[in-house]
Design a protein around this ligand. Structure first.
Ligand code: PMV
Ligand code: MG
Length: 359
């Protein structure tokens, strides 16, 4: 029997721009995990999960056709991760086996609410990791990232795959997406094994060190949001508001690069300045795209944190889920957290999760 874990994540800055090839974001992994256990079975296999079940499907109509949207259903990420890892195992000459695959997630709260910490990415990474052990494939972290990214892309079809990187490498990372068109073309020409040892153009993952004085606060709004659908809506605005969109991209890149420099220099003030500018950029993106990113509750959360010197913004696609605050660890936050609770914003006391190679 083998077991593997992968952490959930939150976006700190650079959202939406990071979906484009070569634009940076900062992401942090948290100590909330998806755990996958694989156990050999003699006669039949099974996939068992308390939190993720194929018991309902989302669909829409396209003329007479029924179109299924599997993108928010973690079960499909498990199946995709199995399919890709087994394809790789077969290429490596490993005989495939029968097993019971058991999935357990902290990323879905006890009463079934999702915190928006990226369970689809974590479940994909944990499944690939567990099968990597089960089949003795000896994948490196880079190969694990690449295989999990392909498995995730096959289901979601859009997105930056930054949450996969956070889940594989842990800690604070500066992430820049690879060229998805390049990958699609290369997949028609090469085996998985070949793809996993290639350099992927523009892909960049750098581990960052947070200044000791910096503390991360997380507030959960209690309303879930669909990242894949929000990213679709921004893609429509991209076509209609080209100049505004290009300006957003350029300014986001500049802002995130200054923030990354702030991490390298250990400057909390420089990192906080980046959070504030990025919040304004996302507000402008929301305005010209008509997509609600910072909901009224997220706005209240951010404004109250700013009043005591925190730098705050929505995290990820927004539209609900979580907001984040970066604040000097010396500042007393009890009153702020109580004010959040009074507004039905739940402070999440998760810690940053660091990963050492091969753990
Ligand atoms: O809402 P989240 O935490 O899944 O973050 C989405 C971040 C986006 O940049 C909007 C999309 C992406 O794939 O990077
Ligand atoms: Mg989200």
């Amino acid at each position: 029997m083998v077991t593997a874990q992968a952490p959930g994540k939150l976006y700190v800055a650079g959202e939406y721009a990071v979906v484009e090839t070569g634009y940076p974001a900062i992401i942090v992994a948290l100590n909330q995990f998806v755990t996958v256990t694989v156990e050999r079975m003699p006669t039949y296999g099974s996939i068992v999960s308390k939190q993720y079940q194929e018991n309902s499907l989302m669909w829409s109509r396209n003329g007479d056709e029924m179109v299924f949207d599997n993108r928010d259903n973690p079960f499909h990420y498990i199946l995709s991760a199995i399919r890709l890892t087994e394809q790789y195992a077969r290429e490596q000459g490993k005989p495939l086996g029968l097993y019971r695959l058991f999935v357990d997630s902290d990323l879905d709260s006890l009463d079934g609410k999702k915190y928006g910490l990226g369970s689809s990415a974590a479940v994909t990474v944990a499944t690939v990791k567990a099968l990597n052990l089960f089949y003795g494939l000896g994948m490196t972290s880079d190969q694990l990232y690449k295989l999990a990214a392909i498995a995730h892309l096959d289901i979601q079809g859009n997105g930056s795959l930054g949450d996969i990187a956070a889940s594989v490498y842990g800690g604070w990372i500066a992430y820049q997406s690879f060229d998805k068109d390049w990958l699609a073309a290369e997949r028609r020409q090469h085996s998985l094994g070949e793809l996993l040892v290639m350099d992927w153009p523009q892909l960049s993952i750098e581990l960052l060190t947070a200044p000791d004085a910096m503390r991360l606060l997380i507030g959960w709004t209690g309303s879930p949001a669909s990242t894949s659908r929000l990213v679709d809506k921004i893609a429509i605005a991209k076509a209609q508001r080209r100049a505004d969109y290009q300006r957003f991209l350029a300014e986001s890149r500049e802002t995130i690069q200054r923030m990354i420099a702030g991490f390298r220099a250990g400057s909390l003030a420089q990192i906080q300045a980046g959070v504030r500018t990025n919040r304004q950029l996302l507000q402008r993106l929301a305005e010209f795209s008509g997509v609600e990113i910072e909901t009224p509750l997220l706005r209240q959360m951010c404004d109250s944190a700013e009043q005591i010197g925190g730098a705050a913004k929505s995290s990820g696609a927004g539209g609900g889920d979580c907001g984040i605050v970066l604040i000097d660890a010396q500042i007393e936050t009890d009153a702020l957290l109580q004010a959040w609770r009074d507004k039905a914003i739940e402070p999440l006391s998760f810690q940053v999760h660091e990963i050492r190679e091969n753990s």
